[in-house]
Design a protein around this ligand. Structure first.
Ligand code: SF4
Length: 226
């Protein structure tokens, strides 16, 4: 979804980077009251390294913080989305206090779909990244921030699978056949399976995570999600 594109709700916007003055003015003119912005780390080097590889037009950490401040000043509810990579997975614990300071209502951790280099090399093994992601999400929740994750197979979330958000369906391994959770599981990217294999996957109980009212309004995948 490209920057500024109207999401499921015309008063909600999923942004791909910091907003310039014209974009901020347009948000006001169109009565937008909810925006989601990318922020991949609590420090400039962490955020900008990921944003650059994600192809952001403006990877500036300071510009992103300025947008968070400006949209707060406009009275908008703000969500932040963070790509989970080998680079930032170990420092996600730094995020919740920054999110709290900026009064972020919803934190969306995204497991990217690695379809090409460099992402095939940047996506970490679930066993290394998901525990730190879940720990950071718990810290955020204790600070009053709704913290959810997208794109992760239900089985690697364990008892936290109710924290999942809808995301586009990827691929499934042979172990997924007959898995009770499959109807609400995005599966795994083929490139992940090629690289790491299916050993981390195991059939799990069926569970339909509770919807997120804010995320439902943003809906960055209008063509359908699992
Ligand atoms: S085993 Fe089940 S929960 Fe795990 S990836 Fe396959 S379908 Fe999803």
């Amino acid at each position: 979804m490209s920057e500024g594109l109207t999401a499921a709700d015309p008063k909600a916007r999923w942004l791909e980077g910091p907003a310039d003055d014209a974009t901020l003015a347009e948000l006001v003119e169109t009565d937008v009251d909810l925006v989601a912005l990318p922020l991949h780390g609590a420090r400039a080097d962490v955020h900008e390294w990921v944003a650059e590889r994600a192809g952001a037009d403006d990877e500036s950490f300071s510009a992103t913080l300025r947008t968070l401040d400006a949209t707060r000043g406009l009275g908008l509810t703000r969500a932040v989305w963070t790509l989970l990579t080998r680079s930032n997975a170990r420092v996600l614990a730094e995020m919740p206090s920054l999110l709290k300071a900026h009064r972020i209502a919803l934190w969306i951790l995204e497991v990217p779909e690695p379809t090409s280099t460099p992402w095939t090399q940047l996506v970490p093994r679930f066993g290394l990244s998901i525990p730190s992601a879940l720990a950071a999400m718990e810290r955020a929740r204790k600070l009053g921030i709704e913290a959810r994750i997208r794109g992760a197979p239900r089985c690697v979330l364990g008892r936290f699978s109710d924290r999942a958000l809808p995301s586009p369906t990827r691929s499934f391994a042979s172990v997924c056949g007959g898995c009770p959770a499959r109807a609400h599981c995005p599966g795994v990217a083929p490139t992940y399976l090629e690289r790491f294999g299916p050993r981390e996957l195991r059939p799990s109980p069926a569970l339909s995570p509770p919807p997120s009212a804010l995320f439902s309004r943003l809906n960055p995948d209008p063509e359908g999600s699992t």
